[in-house]
Design a protein around this ligand. Structure first.
Ligand code: 5AD
Ligand code: SF4
Length: 479
């Protein structure tokens, strides 16, 4: 592990290391944990060896999550022991969905753990840490404090609004899920759907924009099921919330993730055509192209419906790019079912996608069903990924010759290189001054790759070695 965080200088400095697994929601939660710990004088370190508090923010969505956590905890036990020998006390915490689902087991099997807390209770982290610090820390045995009950909107009230990135930020507006797809642990680990009040979201977004942020991604396990109460007592849908957010001066880009096809209502779809700040990119998981499998998965939509949503969105915003999630080898999936998935992918042409082999999650309705053979799952995953990768490359190459607005996010790996995002979520690489980080620049796309595009800032005097000039069209498309 590299040390990019600050090194402790004074004995009184306290450092926290958080290792984040899984989804954007966990990344967001880890950022909030850092902020909650600041009043307790904890600073961030990227080196667990220097930390006084180590938190594993875990994910339970796919296979072997629990075992991964236990093997990481085994390493942390050694670290805690060797710190104690040097008279340094280290607290160990397990947060997130594994903590929620297996909290008792963690405390049972790893007695040196101090804190176990689920995604709904991390706003109480300062309280828990203070309580643990009052206990006898000279022992390897942990304080064993556990908080895993499901909370309510109260959690949202107690979170601060600082953003970690200077350019874009996630903003959680909704948590939990009531859909109960038969393969998924989220309804059990994150609890029932709750939406954050609309006024609170607008206020937080306002603060983020004031701090100079140009892009906000609205976050939720089922973000388009949003139904936050506004000050007039009415419930706002996501479409309404987006339209209101778009009024914020200084906010240039709005995104949202993750959506369920069933909750793509007409107002949200038309917002894609009517709100220029809403970016032309949508992650809309479908999971399978077979109606039989979708039914068995309890997805609550069929393929005709999914296609109709895609068509409506393309009518509303012609250039919208789509991403999706797929599961291959769900119990009972036949070759013919899988062929339907390939057919759907071929027809829709995704700009990006995530695909996984089905893995049984304990406690979900699908677990215990007769599984598809491992080799079949691997073969299907490979052919699906081949197709999806080819589509991603084709999508990126299609943008060659166009000029895209790129939100500049950070330095690239190469000297003088910057990286940003096009409206379509493509990573765009180009050369430029680091002062451009945080701004939106027009970049002429000169090449496309499987993972992104590269180009040149428009009006930049520097001439680059254009490898494939034949591909550049004269037409410039501003988006
Ligand atoms: N097996 C495989 N993939 C899963 N996902 C969720 N649960 C499982 C599982 N049991 C995938 C789905 C979901 C994404 C976040 O993770 O595709 O959309
Ligand atoms: Fe899981 Fe389905 Fe809810 Fe998505 S919609 S979080 S896959 S239960």
């Amino acid at each position: 592990m590299t040390l990019t965080g600050q090194k402790p200088t004074l004995k009184s400095d306290k450092y926290v290391f958080i290792k984040t697994y899984g989804c954007q929601m966990n990344v967001y939660d880890s950022d909030r944990m850092f902020e909650l710990l600041q009043p307790l004088s904890y600073k961030k370190t990227n080196n667990p060896d220097h930390a006084d508090l180590i938190i594993l923010n875990t994910c339970h969505i796919r296979e072997k999550a629990t075992e991964k956590v236990f093997s990481e905890l085994g390493r942390l036990k050694k670290l805690k022991l060797s710190a104690l020998k040097k008279n340094r006390k280290v607290l160990i915490g397990v947060a997130g969905c594994v903590a929620q689902a297996e909290g008792e087991e963690i405390l049972e099997r790893a007695r040196y753990v101090d804190l176990v807390f689920g995604p709904q209770t991390y706003h109480r982290l300062p309280e828990m840490v203070n309580k643990a610090l009052k206990m006898d820390l000279s022992l390897v045995a942990g304080s064993q404090i556990i908080e895993t009950e499901f909370a309510t909107e109260q959690k949202f009230d107690e979170l601060s609004t600082d953003s970690i990135s200077p350019t874009n930020s996630f903003l959680t507006i909704q948590e939990g899920c009531d859909k109960f797809c038969s393969f998924c642990v989220v309804p059990y680990t994150r609890g029932a759907e709750i939406s954050r009040p609309a006024g609170q979201v607008l206020e937080e977004a306002g603060k983020l924009v004031k701090s100079g942020l140009k892009e906000i991604t609205l976050l939720g396990q089922n973000v388009n099921a949003y139904h936050g109460v506004s000050s007039d007592g009415k419930e706002w849908t996501l479409g309404r919330l987006i339209r209101e957010l778009a009024e914020l001066d200084g906010l240039e880009r709005i995104r949202y993730t993750t959506s369920h096809p069933k909750d793509m209502d007409d107002d949200l779809i038309s917002a894609h055509g009517e709100v220029p700040k809403l970016m032309p990119y949508l992650h809309l998981p479908v999971q399978s192209g077979s109606n039989t499998i979708l039914k068995n998965m309890n997805r609550k939509h069929n393929i005709t419906f999914y296609r109709s949503i895609i068509d409506k969105l393309r009518k509303a915003r012609e250039d919208i790019a789509f991403s999706s999630d797929f599961i291959v080898g769900y119990p009972g999936e036949t070759d013919a079912d899988f062929a339907e998935t390939l057919r759907l992918v071929s027809d829709i042409e995704f700009a990006q996608a995530y695909s996984f082999k089905y893995s049984a999650r304990p406690g979900t309705p699908a677990s215990g069903k007769v599984e598809v053979g491992e080799q079949i799952k691997s073969d299907r995953l490979e052919s699906l990924q081949q197709l999806l990768n080819a589509q991603q490359l084709a999508f990126n190459l299609k943008k060659v010759g166009t000029v895209q607005n790129v939100l500049v996010e950070k330095h690239g790996r190469k000297q003088g290189q910057l990286v940003g995002k096009t409206p379509y979520m493509q990573a765009a690489h180009f050369c430029g001054n680091e002062k451009l980080i945080g701004s939106i620049q027009k970049v002429r796309i000169l090449d496309g790759f499987s993972k992104g595009v590269s180009g040149d800032i428009v009006n930049n005097d520097k001439v680059y070695d254009i490898q494939k000039p034949a591909k550049i069209e004269s037409k410039e498309i501003y988006s």
